[in-house]
Design a binder for this molecule. Structure first.
Ligand SMILES: O=C(O)CCCC[C@@H]1SC[C@H]2[C@@H]1NC(=O)N2C(=O)OCc1ccccc1
Length: 122
């Protein structure tokens, strides 16, 4: 079987994402609902856009997507791969870069954070 990104996923932080149908060139959109916040802002659902390698080429495909957070001026890019176990259970192993909006170039050094996330189907 092949990994399909469409559907509902959750990660180890409890964040959820919904990925829409993947189109023929591998493009997809979706919504990201993070469970964690570094600010006192109320968490809101944020849009995501991404692309994956076409499923007809790969079983355990690679993908990337960008989340433009609706409640802050920051942006996160995720990159990862879908793995399937022998029971057909899919896992998305990802790493992300979070770019915070900083007020001056002098603060650029501290503006990017990195993290990992593992997603499984809900
Ligand atoms: O949910 C996951 O699976 C992974 C964790 C991602 C959490 C994201 S990072 C950007 C956004 C979300 N939480 C938060 O406080 N954000 C935010 O933009 O806060 C503003 C901010 C950003 C960077 C530094 C300080 C504050």
């Amino acid at each position: 079987r092949k990994c399909i990104l469409s559907g509902l996923w959750k990660n180890e932080l409890g964040s959820n994402m919904t990925i829409s149908a993947v189109n023929t060139d591998g493009g997809f959109t979706g919504l990201y609902h993070t469970a964690v916040t570094a600010t006192d802002k109320h968490i809101r659902v944020s849009p995501l856009k991404g692309s994956q390698k076409p499923t007809n080429q790969r079983k355990q495909l690679t993908f990337g997507f960008t989340v433009s957070w609706t409640f802050s001026n920051s942006m996160t890019v995720f990159v990862g791969q879908c793995f399937m176990d022998d029971k057909g259970k899919e896992t998305l192993k990802t790493m992300w870069l979070l770019r915070e909006e900083v007020s001056s170039p002098g603060d650029d050094w501290k503006a990017t954070r990195v993290g990992t996330n593992i997603f499984t189907r809900i």
